[in-house]
Ligand binder design. Structure first.
Ligand SMILES: *Cc1c(COP(=O)(O)O)cnc(C)c1O
Length: 397
């Protein structure tokens, strides 16, 4: 079938939940992917930042092959080794003590909020409300739609589950004002990803943590997008001098396999048997793959490389900003970066980049987001920035 045939068929078969870029990808390797016409692309979208080690990383492929021949799935009433090994690695390298594995970022946040509510019932006189931020993104379940502080996601589905208050991001006073005897937790992204790559002030998370400790409420970080090395440290919280009480992970954790997790400090790990569970969560196949990916990220100090190449990328984008006056801002941390314009040109730029072999994401009508694989090199960044420069140059004319 030709490219058009696949894309026509897709239009007949699926709900219209989103608009796809007109490319049918069939193969990938590292930072590159190929479509069904054999065209090559640099992939700076990375499966929504999930392909942390790029496409088909050999360590993950090997772990999947081996585990697929050994044991693919069992129910969570039994012990299984890959799950325990992955848990050990996460606990050893984070400030948290216990973990639950699930299948996605939304589920990880759901679990985090359920644990916060258990704490509310047991320690905070039934407090259940969770304060979250405007422009946040926490997932697509009904409860996480309510947690997500963007009205465009709320409107199609009201009434939403109760118990979430959205307040301005990067504003400690807004959190203080929203806190009441009903509050059990604050849930924030260390850097807002889907909301446009919004980086808070350096001391914001510290202030939030102090406030949570003062009030005895839980400090939850959604590191679904920022975790597993994306921002230049294994977890973004390390850069802000804080330690969350609960943390949610997914996306890059499995380097392309669907896995999520939430972790908590011992004193808040108050679930009793039967209070939470998952059919596929922590399945041996995905855990073996995630263990291989995470071990590679840690053993090869990939976060340090992310910091170096991320800074290099930002410097290159800053020089584009000097060249083109319609670029208003370059912002980000590590390899989670946005380029903002004073016009709504992101859609056209995405398509123009596709034509020249670069895949990027429109994070807002006036902003592009770059989330290349963590293993990208300076040379590959140069190529991408070259293409971007050409595309921006045509806009100017
Ligand atoms: C993508 C994302 C989610 C949702 O993850 P899914 O796997 O799509 O459910 C939640 N939180 C953040 C910060 C995200 O970036």
């Amino acid at each position: 079938m030709s490219q058009n045939d696949w894309q026509e068929l897709e239009k007949k078969l699926f709900f219209r939940t989103g608009n796809r870029v007109p490319v049918t990808l069939i193969r990938g390797e590292g930072a590159r992917a190929w479509d069904d016409q054999g065209r090559e692309y640099f992939d700076f979208t990375c499966g929504w930042a999930a392909n942390s080690l790029g496409h088909c990383p050999p360590v993950v492929v090997k772990a999947l092959e081996k585990q697929a021949r050994t044991l693919i799935h069992i129910s969570d009433q039994f012990y299984t080794v890959p799950q325990i090994e992955l848990a050990g690695l996460l606990i050893e390298h984070s400030c948290l003590d216990r973990v639950f594995f699930c299948n996605s970022g939304a589920e990880a946040n759901e679990g985090a909020v359920k644990l916060a509510r258990r704490n509310g019932k047991l320690r905070l006189k039934g407090a259940y409300e969770v304060i979250t931020a405007c422009n946040s993104f926490h997932g697509r379940t009904l409860a996480m739609t309510a947690a997500t502080g963007q009205t465009k996601f709320h409107e199609p589905y009201t009434p939403l589950p109760v118990g979430f208050i959205n307040v301005e991001y990067n504003n400690i006073e807004a959190i203080k004002r929203a806190t009441s005897e009903k509050t059990c937790a604050v849930l924030l992204e260390p850097v807002q990803g889907e909301g446009g790559v919004n980086v808070p002030d350096d001391d914001y998370l510290q202030k939030v943590q102090s406030w949570c400790r003062e009030k005895g409420i839980l400090f939850i970080l959604d590191e679904v997008q920022t975790g597993a090395g994306r921002t230049g440290t294994l977890f973004a919280y390390e850069q802000y001098g804080v330690e969350p009480d609960i943390m949610a992970l997914a996306k890059g954790l499995g380097s392309g396999v669907p896995i999520g997790a939430f972790l908590a400090k011992e004193e808040f790990s108050v679930f009793s048997p039967g209070e939470h569970g998952s059919t596929f969560g922590g399945n041996p196949l995905v855990c073996a793959a995630a263990h291989a990916a995470l071990k590679y990220i840690i053993d090869h100090n990939i976060p340090a490389q992310v910091k170096r190449v991320g800074n290099y990328f930002m410097t290159k984008l800053e020089s584009l900003k000097q060249q083109f006056d319609f670029i208003t801002e370059v912002r980000g941390r590590g390899l989670l970066i946005a380029l903002e314009f004073n016009q709504e040109i992101a859609e056209g730029l995405v398509l123009a980049c596709v034509d020249r072999g670069l895949l990027v994401n429109k994070v807002k009508p006036n902003a592009l987001r770059f989330m290349p694989p963590l293993i990208i090199t300076e040379k590959e960044v140069d190529k991408a920035v070259g293409i971007l420069g050409d595309v921006l140059g045509e806009i100017k004319k």
